[in-house]
Design a protein around this ligand. Structure first.
Ligand code: FAD
Length: 512
């Protein structure tokens, strides 16, 4: 085994995955002095996927770790702040005819009493009087009042509650490219036409602008996986999640704000007839897209349903829709994203529908994991196996969490909703877990595994209780004790809502 230090890394692909990985590895290896040559090759002819505009909150720690100025990042990407996701229509309408909705925020308050606030809420049957998210999360109160998770003079990357971003995907890749080049990443604009492979190792990539060799190659070429699929046959390496997650297409549009509307500090995910639509608000426009089951709807039907959702009829389309794109989505992941000296990161390594905005987070997680796994020019197979095993577990874990959003539904108005209600069977152990959670609180121990757990028991409870799946409990507790929890929570909501500015004022100040 050759355990010499690696000298060179070549990344192919200049979308979010290519640049996020380049910046991370460059920061890791070359921060104080240059020790590794990092080159990123991207084709000017192949556009990036151009979507992926909402993040989970932990992505801001990535930007912070890269030493990026938060305000500059937000300005350059027309960004707004995001405190969670509002799910609408994922259950039948309520008995009074109103739309069922629940909010999945990034926080749950911790209050030091014998029970946590979430369990107290269940034990006391508080669902009869208040929504779960409003009982346990301050963010839920902030969004009702149109408040921002931070003030304009708050410390960078810090807020009164955890927050992520809505940002323009194309501008973000351009911003990251600028920062990457400033930090010393070599940027080559060229098309990789062919590669040389010896055994499992890539020895060179050939472009219309010369050939490049490296100790390690990173495939960030998007769904096509241009490098990795040449090193290991795709049909052998791919594991599809299509049975569990049947939505395999999306139509994305950009629209101007309807008169009088302002950007919302949260993402919306509204269930439609054969999937769901996202709504992501930037400073200058709204991004929206219908993620749907392409075996049940044609592109044209999906487009019509999306436009109708936004109240846009055919005659208005050319005025109101600024950009429209139809996308095929490959749902699943590679069994081995790392083969020989080639690692697939981003869409080339796997993809799960963007219901919880996890794409950029997965890139960050993969880049960090790579950082702890590259041990030399010829990393040991056991170490590569470890990387692959963790990534596989991470995708399986995420698949399970996304399936949870579907399989708890009581909707039965279309064959799509009737079928997705049964998808728990495609996630190992999920049916048993859901059965147990009818009588017991969902806890961390029920979920812990040997992978990067993206969504923990707090997140599971947000979906379970948001979708009316509470355990039936009979735990004798002192009601006064729980009352103190609710009083403390109300006090915190008061304190926080008194000190933050409105989201709109934050944006106006930021972008002036
Ligand atoms: C419908 C949809 C919605 C999504 N929503 C979200 C979301 O809300 N939040 C989130 O975090 N993620 C989301 N994602 C995921 C997110 O978009 C991706 O994870 C992210 O953009 C990374 O894409 P990428 O860089 O892997 O691929 P791409 O953006 O496709 O980039 C591929 C790059 O490879 C280059 N390339 C390809 N072939 C060659 C070649 N032969 N030679 C040279 N260069 C080449 C291209 O020029 C391009 O630069 C969404 C994805 C989809 C499909």
């Amino acid at each position: 085994m050759n355990n010499e230090q690696i000298n060179s890394i070549t990344i192919v692909g200049g979308g979010s995955s290519g640049w996020m990985t380049a910046l991370y590895l460059n920061r890791l290896y070359n921060h104080s002095e240059k020790s590794i040559e990092i080159t990123l090759i991207e084709s000017p002819e192949i556009p990036t996927v151009g979507v992926g505009e909402a993040t989970v909150h932990s992505v801001r720690h990535y930007f912070a770790a890269m030493g990026l100025d938060e305000k500059e990042l937000l300005k350059e990407t027309n960004a707004t702040l995001k405190t969670g996701i509002m799910f609408k229509n994922w259950m039948k309408p309520k008995s009074d005819g109103s739309t069922h909705e629940y909010f999945h925020s990034f926080e749950q308050q911790n209050i030091a009493r014998v029970l946590d606030i979430s369990s107290a809420w269940v034990v006391d049957n508080r669902h009869e009087q208040e929504r779960y998210d409003e009982a346990i999360s301050i963010s839920s109160h902030l969004i009702k009042k149109g408040l921002s998770p931070k003030n304009i003079n708050s410390r960078p990357y810090e807020g009164v509650v955890p927050y992520g971003y809505h940002l323009d995907a194309i501008k973000m890749a351009n911003f990251m490219a600028k920062k990457g080049v400033e930090a010393g990443v070599n940027h080559v604009k060229a098309m990789v036409n062919s590669i040389d492979v010896e055994g499992d190792n890539i020895t060179a990539v050939h472009t219309n602008n010369g050939s490049f060799s490296a100790d390690l190659f990173i495939d960030c070429t998007g769904f096509k996986g241009f490098l990795i699929n040449k090193v290991k046959a795709h049909q052998e390496n791919w594991q599809s999640f299509a049975e569990a997650l049947p939505c395999n297409k999306a139509v994305a549009i950009q629209i101007a704000y309807p008169e009088g509307e302002q950007p919302k500090p949260y993402t919306e995910a509204t269930a439609l007839s054969n999937g769901w639509v996202w709504q992501i608000d930037l400073v200058n426009r709204r991004g929206s897209g219908y993620v749907y089951d392409g075996n049940r709807l044609t592109e044209q039907q999906a487009e019509q349903e999306l436009l109708a959702f936004h109240g846009i009829d055919n005659s208005e389309e050319s005025n109101k829709v600024l950009r429209k794109v139809h996308l095929d989505m490959k749902i699943g992941c590679l069994k081995e994203p790392w083969v020989g000296n080639c690692v697939a990161i981003g869409l080339s390594g796997g993809f799960i529908e963007p219901l919880e905005s996890t794409g950029l987070h997965l890139i960050n997680a993969s880049a960090r994991l790579l950082g702890t796994h590259v041990t030399g020019k010829d990393t040991a197979q056991s170490v590569r196996d470890s990387f692959n095993k963790i990534m596989n577990g991470t995708y399986e874990d995420l698949k399970q969490f996304i399936v949870l959003h579907y399989c708890l539904t009581n909707r039965d108005d279309t064959p799509f909703w009737q079928d997705v209600a049964k998808t728990a069977q495609y996630c190992d152990g999920l049916e048993d877990k859901i059965a147990t959670w009818k009588y017991k609180i969902c806890e961390y121990m029920d979920l812990a595994g040997g992978y990067i757990t993206m969504f923990s028991d707090e997140n599971y409870r947000a979906v379970l209780y948001g979708m009316d799946h509470y355990p039936s409990l009979n735990i004798p507790c002192d009601p006064n004790e729980n009352e103190k929890i609710y009083q403390e929570f109300d006090k915190r909501v008061q304190q926080v809502t008194n000190i933050v500015m409105s989201h709109q004022d934050y944006l106006t100040n930021l972008h002036k």
